[in-house]
Design a protein around this ligand. Sequence first.
Ligand code: FAD
Ligand code: SF4
Ligand code: SF4
Length: 482
Amino acid sequence: MTTPMLKFVSVAQQQPEKRTAQNRRADFDEIYEDFKPVKAAEQASRCSQCGVPFCSVHCPLGNNIPDWLMLTANGRLEEAYEVSSATNTFPEICGRICPQDRLCEGNCVIEPGFESVTIGAVERYITDTAFENGWVKPTRPLRERPESVGIVGAGPAGLAAAERLRAVGYQVHVYDRYDRVGGLLVYGIPGFKLEKDIVSRRHRLLEDSGVTFHLGQGVGDAEGEIPFAELRKKHEALLIATGVYKAREIGGPGAGLPGIERALDYLTASNRRSLGDTLPEDAKGLDAAGKNVVVLGGGDTAMDCVRTAIRQGAKSVKCLYRRDKANMPGSAREVKNAEEEGVEFVWLAAPEAFLGDDHVTGVRATRMKLGMADPTGRQSVEPLEGSSFTLDADLVITALGFDPEPLPQLWGQPDLAVSRWGTLKVRQDSFMTTLPGVFAAGDIVRGASLVVWAIRDGRDAAERIHKWIKANASADAVAEQG
Ligand code: FAD
Ligand code: SF4
Ligand code: SF4
């Protein structure tokens, strides 16, 4: 018997249980409990099985959402896993950290009137259940191919490409300057959004599939790194998936004072602490315990910083943002979580100067007012004269965004073309950069974006690399015959 769908009329939306704010402030564990089987089936059955599913249209991976919801509602979880994993390399990760309110769930047609189907939580549940039941198996190619592909960067873009390329039999080598696999999944995103064993489980699986990882191995011209030109000679094709890591800096009086730190340095130190690593001496200050903390910025990275500071036992945590809540780029769900955990938001305020002699002691800020909207609908801001005020601060964290590192200079590759933002230029139809046989995917092409887009790009780039290697092999064969 099949479970009828369309239950959104009689069954209310329920996300998995969320730990109380007081309880979750005490550790870095994920804040949502797992769905129970009955609850997952019930929530999945709310879907109205749209003929044109807008949820799928707005999922960067085009996930076949209505089908896996229907299978989950009917308890056919192994099949649900098959369908879900056919389009998504890491569904359990996306289910946890996609900003669903802006993507699939935000476009679920039962809203308004009824709250959306809990797509992300069901997606996570399906794959977690698949892992528990041993349904997730290493990728086994039907035949091995002699050609090898080198991937620079073990973030979601590089890993998604590695899995797809291995599936068609390539010898895949992934190089990363970090000592762990996952890129920002491990060292950027905090454990309360994504526990690290979820990522290491994928690392093991890829190794079992035959992917070779070269960790702690930077690519570049510095000591101990592999020069890019050498890598090109080693592999038939290369994929650059190095992400974007150059933090945007803040200026103004006092901006160089000790105690003003970059978001990613702060988050990486916190993640390393949770992983049991020993931090170098100069990273000891990257701890909010007992401090008045001011975080500058309004995106998801700023949200991760404020919530990390709360868990480290900060005396006070304030987030300073120059626009208002409605114009904030960060996910509304994350802002709500931060507010529940005790973060104070100072809306419509921008820093003017940093106070202190040999260490920061405060931030002088000015009130802002919203002006005209630009063509994208985003309102401009301008300072309100004579509205300065001061916030106490022993630790100021700047979360103002990231730009790409200058790869052509760092790698001595002047022919590797970049856009005016420094991102790598690729051909839309082939993902190839201006260097033949060198492809690129993820944040290094898009600029700072989302995990789900990195996965999509990695998968697409792998397909194009396969096509290119095959085309080259046939051209060589024709040349030999001729
Ligand atoms: P990355 O994940 O950055 O991986 C790049 C890898 O390349 C790294 O491992 C790096 O060590 C390696 N590398 C770089 N240069 C070299 C080199 N020269 N040699 C060798 N290795 C190199 N997205 C979401 O969808 N949801 C979220 O909740 C979310 N939260 C975020 C929180 C923070 C704090 C940050 C900073 C980002 C967040 N994002 C989030 C964005 C998301 O993490 C990125 O869009 C995504 O990780 C990009 O994937 P990538 O594979 O392109 O790059
Ligand atoms: Fe939604 Fe992200 Fe899953 Fe797509 S991958 S269905 S956007 S949670
Ligand atoms: Fe189901 Fe909502 Fe997607 Fe329609 S838009 S198929 S109701 S999840």
